[in-house]
Unconditional design. Structure first.
Length: 363
């Protein structure tokens, strides 16, 4: 299962720069709109110290981390929902992601032009979010008309979807993101096939020259926007992050003392993306390898088994589960077993973050 975070924003705000810093790639990041035409894709490992502690106890020879996929998507402009710029291509790429990293430009650089001639972070956010709302509005209205033409009023699901679409359309017409519209799990499921952009969880990245610059009214306003949308916020300098990455890779000692700071910032972006998607990790452990597996919260034992291999799901018998805390506290499976702290769980057990699982199956 791949979890995808799309990096979006206006042109020339630092999307490709942050993507390169995160993924240690070298995609083009130039001073002109639509430098990125096709989306760039990179994988970033999730730092999880628990892997190393488990491996030390077990004596594993290999550690396999879990990853998030980052996608650098072309810049958005006014009128994108009507086809301006890369328009529909841009929006379709966002629809394919699970979460969004929205980069907002705060940095001044005479060599990097702003597409609208002036750096206005809040207005920039409004431009992007308005286009996302218009895109979703078009999708909802199209679906509404489609159902209206063929609806059989005895079909309860279609009636529910039609009613929900009416609420979504009214919300979007006010240019409010759908993630601020309170919907239950059933309602989310009803319209999940539309892949609506403004339902996706968002992280706002404040891209500035100076990461210590916090006394800015616009920065405070972004936190206010994020709070209303249940979004996350992180502040960084994408170009400084990239310079640190490049300097470290070539062994430039001048930047070595900045390595820990760089790592902490980039890890925070990855971990926030992990949190945005409401993901968790379980582990499998043996002499050959210790591996982290990414699953959504609420995943059952049989679904987690299928994450590893379809045969495990097909022939599932039960899961032997040890909590990470017990595994570390009692120094491994044998001691945990002697203390009677290995649990035998069935297929409907909800896997918890940090569970170390051995799946028993029969094919």
């Amino acid at each position: 299962m791949g979890f995808k975070c799309g990096i979006i924003g206006l042109p020339n705000v630092g999307k490709s720069t942050l993507f390169n810093a995160l993924t240690k790639n070298s995609v083009a990041a130039e001073n002109f709109p639509f430098c990125t035409i096709k989306p760039n894709v990179g994988m970033v490992s999730i730092i999880d110290d628990r892997l190393y502690k488990i491996a030390e106890i077990v004596g594993s020879s290999r550690i396999v981390k879990t990853f998030i996929e980052f996608i650098d998507i072309a810049g958005l402009v006014k009128g994108a929902a009507k086809g301006e710029g890369l328009g529909n291509k841009f929006l379709s790429h966002i629809k394919d992601t699970d979460a969004i990293i929205h980069i907002v430009r705060f940095f001044d650089d005479l060599k990097v032009t702003h597409i609208y001639g002036k750096i206005q972070p809040i207005i920039d956010i409004e431009v992007v979010n308005m286009e996302l709302c218009l895109s979703d509005l078009d999708s909802c209205e199209s679906q509404f008309l489609k159902i209206k033409k063929k609806i059989n009023m005895k079909n309860l699901f279609l009636k529910k979807e039609l009613s929900l679409l009416e609420k979504c359309i009214a919300h979007l017409k006010k240019f409010k993101m759908l993630r601020t519209l309170k919907m239950n799990q059933e309602e989310n499921s009803l319209i999940s096939h539309l892949r609506l952009i403004t339902l996706k969880p968002v992280m706002y990245v404040i891209n500035t020259n100076d990461v210590s610059c916090n006394k800015n009214k616009n920065i405070e306003k972004i936190y206010d926007i994020a709070e209303k949308e249940n979004a996350k916020v992180i502040q960084l300098s994408a170009i400084l992050e990239l310079n640190s990455v490049n300097s470290y890779q070539i062994g430039n000692s001048k930047f070595m003392d900045k390595l820990e700071v760089r790592k902490s910032v980039l890890d925070r972006v990855s971990l926030l993306g992990y949190s945005l998607l409401k993901l968790q990790t379980f582990f499998t452990a043996g002499i050959k390898e210790v591996r982290a597996w990414t699953i959504s919260k609420g995943t059952t034992a049989i679904e987690a088994a299928g994450k590893i291999h379809s045969d495990l799901k097909k022939g599932f018998i039960r899961a032997k589960v040890i909590s990470y805390t017990d595994f570390v506290k009692y120094k491994g499976e044998n001691n945990v077993k002697e203390l009677g702290k290995i649990r035998s769980e069935g297929k409907n057990y909800f896997v918890r973050d940090g569970d170390i699982i051995n799946f028993l199956f029969n094919i």
